[in-house]
Design a protein around this ligand. Structure first.
Ligand code: FES
Length: 90
């Protein structure tokens, strides 16, 4: 759930990345995108733009055009990789 993601340290970094890059406009899609992004990052499936686009293809956003969302997820994934927050292919 978004509550579970928000309560975690990686989730907080993901939230901060969304805010810093303007990936939130109306916010309607944000909880679903953050849950999905958290899942992708945890499974190390957000290593590049292609993986991120594929990973969020079921999440619709009508405000941002996805560019800022993808940048935010990529930044959070890079941060997680340096923190060792990924859990491989479990
Ligand atoms: Fe409005 Fe995504 S920010 S639908």
């Amino acid at each position: 759930t978004i509550e579970g993601v928000a309560a975690s340290e990686p989730g907080a970094r993901l939230r901060d990345a969304f805010v810093a890059r303007g990936a939130v406009q109306c916010g309607f899609c944000t909880p679903g995108l953050m849950v999905q992004a958290s899942h992708l990052i945890e499974r190390e499936q957000a290593r590049d733009e292609t993986e991120i686009r594929r990973g969020i293809e079921g999440n619709l956003c009508r405000c941002t055009g996805y560019r800022k969302i993808i940048e935010a997820i990529a930044a959070a994934a890079a941060d997680a990789a340096t923190q060792g927050a990924g859990h491989g292919d479990r």
